[in-house]
Ligand binder design. Structure first.
Ligand code: FAD
Ligand code: DLZ
Ligand code: SF4
Length: 505
């Protein structure tokens, strides 16, 4: 067989990726290329860029140590063409090769582009429990596509937390135990942080020079950029975070950015950690009696349930899913999503933290930034581009369904059974943000009232016809209907005044 060029993308950083497994290290050449097209299709957070480039450079070293010949193109190489296609062509010529082998990219736009590449074999990405066709077959057979049903299938398929055919503990889902608020000042674990090595420092200089106009603080940079460090970060979470992961999964605190979350999505999504191995390690902690079942089950559900389900939806519904706008939301994204300049303490804290860390945990994304955009009627596509840009773990296959489907209900209920809409009371119950806010969370009307309170009811009123048909929302519609005309008018007027004061919106 002729030697081939094996293209490895920036989120395929594992020797276990299909194209490497299919290659021959005695003959084939691995190409890795930092290219402007991938670095700028959205204005990625500066920390994300530094992370991806540094992890790519470290992985190239890992492959070389395994005996692979790696042809690595840095972003500032004067000959760099700026695109993956251009770099593949140059590398084929440089290495006198005729064929390319690549593992399917995670994003539809790149998959579509690769379909036009000549002499290129694209292998399925089998780092997931379910392939595209398997998911589509499962989804097409059902009237409604729900994560909970899919998750049970995944438990059976992987054998995780199973006693034969039955779920351990007699229940599939322990979510009811996972809604504990945290208290202000409560001690919480911190993720393991790493000092930048020479490779990361070089990359940071590059990002500072070339991408200083992108959102986000580059320093301090503390992400793991090697497999060994990512594994250490995960082992640290098993020790200090997992036991209380379940209880505080939905909690938010203004002085605690990470609480008991694992902060591993950035590593899992590029291949530094293997998702199934992570779940097996979590199950082992429970079987050893070191963590409660609600934590282990809750964590495993996020990965073999939500993560797999979200990916299935993406490939099943693309192309076109990114244009979904079932609620016809047209408002521009408020400027404070970029500068955190808002008197709303919850949004200010989540956006500031996003700028500093390229990280916010799920409830901050869903119930603060996502909830506000939903209630305010922000254009879902614009919001999608924001989420894709600002988080270190953001790749379209995982970000888009979370934004369009779960957070904005823009797919009309394909992914979620009801909109994740909530008033200030929810944020007050689950966080300590409100104590620091210019608004009063208990007030329902007037200039000091928490904007989430009237925006919530305005949202119910705007979408009354659709929501009254939804069994999980119909009660809210009935409550709205019972409000006096004066109360309804007050809500509409407070909403209009507030929304017209938003800049950029
Ligand atoms: P933990 O809370 O410790 O959870 C453990 C793991 O479960 C995560 O590392 C992640 O791999 C997985 N997980 C949890 N929830 C989800 C989910 N809903 N979808 C997929 N995987 C999940 N996650 C991303 O990886 N990339 C994104 O771009 C992304 N965008 C999001 C956008 C919105 C609007 C929302 C609501 C959620 C988004 N998520 C995204 C899901 C979730 O918020 C992150 O996976 C999580 O916050 C990562 O932090 P963690 O590693 O500390 O997670
Ligand atoms: C995210 C990213 C960035 C910022 N840069 C590169 C790059 O220069 N070269 C590369 O091969 N991959 C990069 N990536 C990851 C790709 O964007 C990712 O592989 C696709 O979006 C498919 O998921
Ligand atoms: Fe957010 Fe409202 Fe609480 Fe202020 S009062 S922090 S706006 S929920």
């Amino acid at each position: 067989m002729q030697p081939r060029l094996i293209l490895v993308l920036g989120d395929q950083l594992t020797p276990n990726v299909a194209a490497i497994r299919a290659g021959d290290r005695a003959r084939d050449v691995v190409l890795m290329a930092e290219v402007m097209a991938e670095a700028s299709y959205v204005r990625h957070h500066q920390k994300k860029l530094a992370f991806v480039f540094s992890a790519m450079r470290h992985f190239a070293e890992e492959l070389r140590q395994m005996g692979w010949q790696v042809d690595y193109v840095q972003l500032d190489d004067p000959e760099n063409s700026g695109t993956l296609r251009g770099e593949v062509k140059r590398a084929l010529a440089r290495n006198e090769l005729l064929e390319t082998l690549v593992t399917e990219p995670g994003e539809w736009r790149l998959m579509q582009a690769m379909r036009g590449w000549s002499a290129t074999k694209v292998l399925p990405d089998d780092r997931f429990a379910v392939d595209h066709r398997g998911f589509a077959r499962w989804a097409q057979e059902r009237k409604s596509v729900r994560m909970e049903h899919f998750y049970r299938l995944m438990r059976r398929k992987t054998g995780l937390l199973m006693d034969g055919e039955q779920p351990v503990g007699g229940r599939w889902n322990f979510d009811a135990d996972n809604r504990k608020p945290a208290t202000s000042g409560q001690n919480m674990p911190e993720p393991l942080r790493f000092s930048p090595d020479i490779i990361t420092r070089e990359v940071m200089d590059l990002v500072a020079k070339r991408f200083s106009n992108h959102f986000g603080d580059l320093e301090p940079f503390w992400f793991a950029t090697t497999r060994a460090d990512a594994e250490a970060a995960f082992a640290h979470f098993l020790q200090v975070g997992l036991a209380d992961f379940g209880a505080y999964q939905d909690a938010m605190l203004r002085d605690q950015k990470f609480l008991c979350h694992s902060v591993i999505s950035t590593y899992v999504n590029v291949g530094l950690l293997d998702p199934l191995a992570v779940c097996r390690a979590v199950e082992a902690e429970w079987r050893a009696g070191r963590v409660p079942l609600n934590s282990a089950e809750g964590f495993i559900r996020q990965i073999i349930g939500w993560r797999e389900f979200i990916r299935g939806i993406y490939w099943w519904r693309m192309p076109g899913y990114d244009g979904s706008n079932a609620l016809e939301a047209r408002r521009r994204l408020p400027a404070f999503y970029w500068n955190a300049d808002t008197p709303m303490a919850c949004l200010r804290a989540c956006i500031k933290q996003t700028r500093q860390e390229a990280y916010a945990h799920h409830i901050q994304r869903l119930m603060v930034t996502g909830n506000f955009a939903l209630l305010a009627g922000v254009n879902p596509h614009e919001l999608h581009e924001w989420y894709l840009a600002v988080y270190a773990d953001a790749y379209e296959w995982v970000e888009l369904p979370n934004t369009i489907g779960m957070s904005q209900f823009a797919d009309g209920g394909l992914l979620a059974s009801k909109p994740y809409a909530a008033s200030g009371a929810y944020i007050d119950r689950m966080s300590d943000y409100c104590g620091d806010c210019a608004y009063n969370v208990k007030a329902k009307a007037g200039p000091k009232a928490c904007p989430f309170n009237y925006l919530y009811w305005d949202f119910i009123a705007r979408h009354r016809e659709r929501l009254k048909e939804n069994p999980r929302m119909a009660q809210m519609v009935r409550t709205w209907d019972k409000f006096s005309d004066a109360r309804q008018a007050e809500i509409k007027s407070d909403t209009a005044k507030f929304l017209s004061s938003l800049s950029g919106a």
